[in-house]
Design a protein around this ligand. Structure first.
Ligand SMILES: [Zn+2]
Ligand SMILES: [Zn+2]
Length: 373
């Protein structure tokens, strides 16, 4: 066994600052594993839920799940990536064998709840430890707020080498979640009407996805005029500052009184999920793509649901098939058909991670990205 020591931001408690610690990893991949040297990691709202204790997490933990890097070593049996490949990490490692995987829905893999969701590798172990030999969990078996990660093969998806790492990292969560929610989950069609509530990392990508699919009307709603400007730049045809304008009135005004065919909620609040549903037209679909804190419930009118044949559905990771969607989105970015660079609003070192969380708590910027040497 060869020990690899590296720097990582370690969460000990939601009440304490994150600590930059030297941690240890057994550098020899086990069968089916890939050792990745991280080059970039986005700071996502799901990390924030863990950071501030809204989601229960085992500790100590290396957070971070939106990463890109270079394959350093592969374990026995690994065939889809080679040493030197540039990879985007996927936070739902999948088994490839269960009924969901076979049906082409790997983000719903049967094995995920036993492994990634427990922040453990598929063999049930954790791979990182402190120098004092304490077990360290890696968020969804990735832990991209560290310089290295040992991940299952299905979590390392090769992409073209000319895409910059910061942009590639965002494909690992916000971009795929957003574009996928529009294109895969909801199936936005050419000419359709769309509402997106919340213009953060996911919402802006739902807007890009809706525009890519040919939606005619894309209404963006947020409380921040700066985010609404970004929404326009990425394809929104109309914007609503819901702090100053009544969202439902304005949506109805823009849609001949009907509401939209496709509404999306990309914040994770019960109030805005209810609003998205209410803003959906008869026969339309409201999709929840926001990540909600534990314990939140919503209230909707079930009579309206049956009477108007309205659909309320969830979208996890954009209903993506990462092995197909990641390289495809990288191509779309490099061809200029989706724009990932405007999403990177701050570049930081690992030491500045808590500053990024603090900015996130104030709703500043779109994505801070940690860049590694
Ligand atoms: Zn995320
Ligand atoms: Zn599976």
């Amino acid at each position: 066994m060869t020990d690899l020591t590296f720097r990582a931001a370690v969460l000990r408690s939601s009440q304490e600052p994150m600590r930059i610690e030297t941690v240890v990893l057994d550098a020899d991949p086990r069968p089916g594993e890939v050792l990745v040297r991280l080059k970039a990691s986005g700071v996502c709202h799901s990390d924030y839920h863990g950071r501030i204790g809204e989601w229960t997490m085992p500790t100590p933990m290396v957070l971070g799940h939106e990463g890109a890097g270079i394959v350093e070593a592969i374990g026995e049996g690994v065939t889809t990536v080679e040493v030197g490949d540039h990879v985007v990490l996927c936070w739902t490692p999948s088994c490839g064998k269960c009924q969901y995987c076979i049906a082409g829905r790997p983000v719903l893999c049967d094995r995920f709840n036993e492994t990634g969701a427990q922040h453990r590798s598929p063999d049930g172990t954790t791979r990182v430890r402190t120098v004092g030999n304490e077990e360290v969990f890696s968020f969804v078996a990735l832990g991209t707020f560290g310089e290295y990660a040992m991940v299952p093969e299905s979590a390392a998806v090769a992409v073209r080498r000319d895409i910059p790492f910061a942009e590639a990292a965002l494909i690992g969560c916000a971009v795929t979640t957003g574009i996928g929610a529009a294109v895969n989950t909801a199936g936005v069609r050419a000419g359709s009407t769309v509402l997106v509530i919340g213009c953060g990392g996911v919402g802006l990508n739902i807007i890009q996805g809706a525009a890519l699919a040919g939606a005619r009307t894309v209404i963006a709603a947020d409380l921040s005029d700066a985010k609404l400007d970004s929404a326009r730049a990425l394809g929104a045809t109309h914007t609503i500052n819901s702090g100053t304008t009544d969202l439902l009135d304005e949506v109805r005004r823009l849609t001949d009184g009907r509401g939209v065919e496709f509404a999306f909620e990309a914040i994770g609040l019960s109030k805005t999920i209810e609003l998205a549903y209410q803003a959906t037209a008869r026969g339309g679909t409201a999709t929840v793509a926001g990540q909600v804190p534990e314990g939140v419930t919503i209230s909707i009118d079930p009579f309206e649901m049956s009477d108007q044949e309205k659909v309320l559905r969830g979208s996890n990771y954009g209903s993506s098939r990462p092995a197909i969607d990641f390289p495809r989105i990288a191509d779309l970015h490099m061809e200029g058909r989706v724009q990932l660079s405007p999403l990177v609003t701050r570049r930081i070192t690992l030491d500045e991670i808590d500053d990024a969380f603090e900015e996130m708590s104030r709703g500043v910027g779109i994505r801070a990205v940690v860049e590694y040497e």
